[in-house]
Design a protein around this ligand. Sequence first.
Ligand code: BTN
Length: 260
Amino acid sequence: MQNNTFSGLFVGQNLVILTEVDSTNNFLKQSLANSTPLTEGTVIMAESQFAGRGQQQNRWHSEPGKNLTFSILLKPSFLAIAQQFNLNVAISVGIIKALQKLLGHAVKTKWPNDIYFDDNKLGGVLIENMVQGSQIKNSIIGIGLNVNQDVFSPDAPNATSVKQILHRDYDLKALLAEICGEIEAAYLMLRAGNFEPLKSFYLGNLYWLNQLRPFKANDEVFNGTIENVSPTGQITVRVDGELRLYNFKEIEFLNKHNTQ
Ligand code: BTN
């Protein structure tokens, strides 16, 4: 489907809206496996996903018709696999910039790329890369964002939505267009080799950066300070003067929803 709502050059220019699908990431993956010709920037959006996927084999639950659940196809063949975290950074920057226009500076990235508003989760990103040789051939950027849902399951005590923050409904397509525009801008910077401003925006808007906070890793609860994120995407935490690096899922943030 062609559309004119999107002001960018390619992200969202080909927008496919599905009433129901298992997962928009799966749909894109399947389309690529079937050699369906898809232009870079194609967006698959679903009104309802019956098997939405989150990170680490988690499910992504979203009330049908109320939220944004979509996947963007990118072809970052200029990136080596070792640089894949740079793509995560660019995507987070795009999403955070779009949401901060609407919700202000309480919107942050919780490492590696959860979308937070204060201490609550507004959305998440699931990036799946397909590799050819040592380069990334295709990248499926799955984004779930709570927009107009106002009641969440007790299993998600820290979930929030744009509606819970603004106390009004927000137009899904307008928000999608805003996010696609900012992702395109960040992606073009990445493609042009202009990564430093992206990294510094990512760090400047990182949840708990430079704050002494409680964490848990290897069954140990400790206070530490996030100082950086390494080029390969590990989080750098200073604990009693010592610098520790953790991979995703090796460290838990003990915020008010997740105390020990
Ligand atoms: C997370 O926080 O665990 C990531 C959630 C990603 C959810 C989105 S919704 C659109 C796309 N399709 C999926 O099945 N997952 C992603």
